[in-house]
Design a protein around this ligand. Sequence first.
Ligand code: 5GP
Ligand code: ZN
Length: 113
Amino acid sequence: MDCLFCKMVEREVPTEIVYEDEHVLAFNDINPQAPTHVLIIPKKHIATLNDIEPADLETAGRLQYVAARLAKDKGFAEDGYRVVMNCNELGGQTVYHIHMHLLGGREFTWPAG
Ligand code: 5GP
Ligand code: ZN
C-alpha cells in the first residue's frame, strides 16, 4: 500500500518520533503550525474517520489519551491546546491515514478556518 504514514510506522521514511506503543505512533509534523505540532496515528491503516470500526475504538481512544499525555509532558496541558482531526476533502484531509493533530504552545482562535 502506498501510504506515507504506514511507511513511517515501518520506518521506511525519516520521522521524528516522539511517542510509540503497540498501537500508536506520534511524530513531529513536517510543517508545524504551532510551537508543538505532533501527529498521532494508529499503526493500523485506517483511511478516514468514516472508516473507524467497532474493533478500532480502543485505538481511537488511545489517540486522545496520548495527545493529553504529550500535552502534559510538554507542559501546556493546563494552559490549553488544540486537537484536530480533518476528514476528507472539505475537512482539509490531505493524508489518508487517520491522524490527530496536537497543537500547543500558542493561543488558538475559534471557529477554525
Ligand atoms: P491533514 O491535512 O491530512 O489533516 O494533515 C496532514 C499533515 O501531515 C500535515 O500537517 C502535513 O504537514 C503533514 N505531513 C505531510 N507530509 C509529511 C511528512 O512527510 N512528514 C511529516 N512528519 N509530516 C507530514
Ligand atoms: Zn496507512
